[in-house]
Ligand binder design. Structure first.
Ligand code: S3P
Length: 188
């Protein structure tokens, strides 16, 4: 296999970054890390508590510091929080020596997958769907612009997404070699 040094997953809440990231890491023999979970471990508090006490801005500072710390780590699949792309200074940290994968998911799926969640402060209000719609409109162009690979996850099992991702992030897979041969023939 010929893998990038780091695989970084971006995308909205409910895209499946943690589930898919963990499975992908196992598949390619990388370590799985999740910025949200590391921030919580370091703080000894969960994200709602951090938002309560330090505000969203306090959380974002911790998020940027975490991305900086991990920007050099090799052999990792890194799941990031949905808002990690919002600070321009995070972009280089996300992209550094990484293949950035955008897990793209419909609004319906985001709503469905986050419905019973109490750990996402931005969705603890009367109309979480409106919040998700607003955030998607804001963030989708940024995810798209940062991504090396865009992978749709709707109506796919995590296992299928992972199989397709392995093909996309590893340029030495049979699928890629077939594609390169085909392109070679077309240019001959
Ligand atoms: C956020 C997404 C969350 C978490 C925090 C803020 C966001 O992560 O970082 O609640 O701004 O979209 P997930 O995308 O893993 O849910």
């Amino acid at each position: 296999m010929s893998l990038p040094k780091r695989i970084v997953l971006v995308g909205p809440m409910g895209a499946g970054k943690s589930t898919i990231g963990r499975m992908l890491a196992r598949e390619v023999g990388y370590r799985f890390l999740d910025t949200d979970r590391i921030i919580e471990d370091r703080c000894g508090a969960n994200i709602p508590w951090i938002f309560d006490v330090e505000g969203e801005e306090g959380f974002r500072l911790r998020e940027t510091a975490m991305l900086a710390e991990l920007s050099d780590a090799a052999g990792i699949v890194l799941a990031t929080g949905g808002g990690a792309v919002m600070k321009p200074e995070n972009h280089e940290l996300l992209k550094h020596e990484a293949t950035v994968v955008y897990l793209k998911t419909s609004l319906e799926q985001q709503v469905e997958r986050t419905r019973r969640d109490r750990n996402r402060p931005l969705l603890q209000n009367d109309d979480p769907e409106a919040v998700l719609r607003h955030l998607f409109a804001l963030r989708d162009p940024i995810y798209t612009q940062l991504a090396d690979v865009i992978m749709y996850t709707d109506r796919k099992s995590p296992r299928l997404v992972v199989r397709q991702l392995v093909n996309r992030v590893d340029p030495k897979t049979p699928r890629h070699r077939r594609q390169v041969r085909k392109e070679g023939r077309n240019h001959a």
